[in-house]
Ligand binder design. Structure first.
Ligand code: FAD
Length: 451
């Protein structure tokens, strides 16, 4: 038996059901295909490509240590798998289940080309912890629309046990190919303080987080300056960290359990997208909101120059690190959709341009949640930036970290930019607020009240 292990968003050797099943064959060919359709599309961006290449280099090293290697091809995954299957005489192909429309189309094409070759396709759960549908879903529904009952079921459902890496791989003689340079695949500038990827880094972070970080998660997770969340999201996005292993290794403490609940949110959004793949671009709940058209305001938001420090700090963190704190994501997204009244799709697209952890399920479903078109049962709640800043950045340290031009200003002015003296503001090169937040939010409430 010869198997192909097609890696996608499961770039790890530990607790990878796809690799383990493939490794049970006599010979296995680990494969990653740089998908031309993805490379040509809007999701191919420098930050994520740099992180992906880190992951692939790390994976190749680990697979070599096991006696194998990583074959890298570029083209259409189904055509490349078919050609490789012919070349090595593969009788089975293993791949992870995934939920986006693109992943579903890829699996269907694979099934078709492999059926023509009498080669079996095996699909395994390796991306999220639970089946998107099936035993979790209430009778008659294809997904849960509300998190709390979803989480109740999720917590009760049996989860598979995590597994070790395979001990050895036997790989046939096949050309492995080289990894192209990042700039050739996704030209453009990188965020200057981008995290690096790969399973080795992910496992280190996982160990450190579970040993030292997670205990303080309940008190710290919303504190913007404390930066007290796991920062595992890019590793989870590319599958360098296994969500099942994280759930299993988390303890019984309050922080551990709150962290596990967040991992369930990830599964929740994935099961919504699995059932409603069109919601990557369409409203989950059709609201027919009349979004404003204001390219100048959009640009100010993207550049972190709205004149509202807590919003600008979040947007600058995104530009600098390719990552943003969850609380800041909520504040900046609420500001775009409910204060500036711009379409959530514009915000989601900008986040996708930069986020290392950017993924369709989590990004688009969270954007919709904040914008009021998604699964939130209180679609008209709006976050007030001053109150958010006072509560989640009380000393203003997060604002000062990302807006050095405001260094030295008293915290009251950082929280309430109207109080900054205009001459002082001009001297520091910081813009005046592009909108009166209180007026805009009152207008929003009035409009949505009638919506
Ligand atoms: P932790 O607080 O340590 O949480 C652990 C893990 O739980 C995260 O790594 C993530 O996988 C999961 N998680 C936490 N919160 C959420 C959530 N609300 N929804 C889904 N999963 C969650 N997350 C992404 O992974 N990719 C995105 O593209 C993305 N876009 C977002 C856009 C908006 C507008 C908002 C409000 C949130 C978005 N999130 C996204 C969710 C969340 O902000 C990030 O997962 C989190 O900030 C990552 O940091 P962390 O790993 O330190 O999280």
């Amino acid at each position: 038996r010869t198997a192909i292990c097609l890696f996608t968003r499961d770039l790890r050797i530990h607790d990878n059901p796809v690799l383990l099943a493939a490794a049970a064959a006599d010979r296995v060919v680990p494969l990653f295909v740089l998908d031309d359709a993805v490379l040509a599309g809007p999701f191919n961006r420098p930050n994520r490509m740099a992180f992906l290449l880190d992951c692939l280099r790390d994976l190749r090293r680990s697979l070599r240590e096991l006696g194998g290697g990583l074959v890298v091809r570029r083209g259409s995954p189904s055509a490349e798998v078919a050609a490789l299957a012919d070349e090595v005489g593969a009788t089975e192909v293993h791949v992870a289940a995934d939920v986006s429309a693109h992943a579903t189309a890829r699996a269907n094409e694979l099934r078709q080309v492999l059926a023509e070759r009498s080669c079996a396709l095996h699909v395994h759960d390796a991306v999220i912890t639970a089946q998107p549908a099936g035993f979790l879903t209430p009778a008659g529904n294809d997904h849960f629309a509300v998190f709390t009952p979803y989480f109740r079921r999720w917590a009760e459902a049996p989860m598979r046990r995590s597994a070790a890496a395979p001990e050895r791989l036997r790989m046939p003689d096949v050309r492995t190919g080289t990894l192209p340079a990042r700039a050739d695949l996704a030209p453009g500038d990188l965020s200057p303080r981008l995290p690096s990827g790969g399973e080795t880094k992910a496992r280190q972070r996982m160990r450190d987080w579970l040993a030292d970080g997670v205990a303080g998660y309940v008190e710290g997770h919303d504190d913007l300056a404390a930066d007290a969340t796991s920062r595992l999201s890019p590793h989870l996005h590319f599958g360098c960290a296994s969500p099942v292993e994280l759930v299993e290794r988390a303890g019984r403490g309050e922080g551990d359990q709150a962290f596990v609940r967040q991992l369930a949110w990830r599964d929740f959004h994935h099961q919504v997208l699995a059932a409603r793949p069109e919601c990557s671009h369409r409203d989950y709940r059709a609201r027919n909101y009349r979004w404003r058209d204001d390219p100048q305001a959009l640009r100010a938001w993207q550049e972190g120059r709205t004149g509202i420090p807590i919003v600008d700090a979040g947007m600058r963190q995104l530009a600098e690190e390719g990552w943003m704190h969850n609380r800041a994501r909520m504040i900046t997204a609420s500001f775009l959709t409910k204060t500036l009244y711009l379409d959530w799709r514009l915000g989601a697209r900008h986040f996708f341009d930069l986020l290392v952890d950017g993924d369709i399920a989590n990004n688009d479903m969270n954007w919709q949640w904040v914008a009021g078109t998604g699964t939130d049962s209180r679609p008209n709640r709006v976050l007030n930036p001053t109150r958010q800043a006072t509560r989640y950045d009380p000393a203003g340290d997060y604002i000062r970290r990302y807006l050095p031009e405001l260094d030295g200003l008293p915290v009251g002015q950082l929280h309430e930019p109207r109080r900054i003296d205009p001459a002082e503001r001009a001297r520091r090169g910081y813009p005046a607020p592009i909108v009166d937040v209180d007026d805009a939010n009152a207008e929003f409430r009035a409009a949505r009240g009638k919506a």
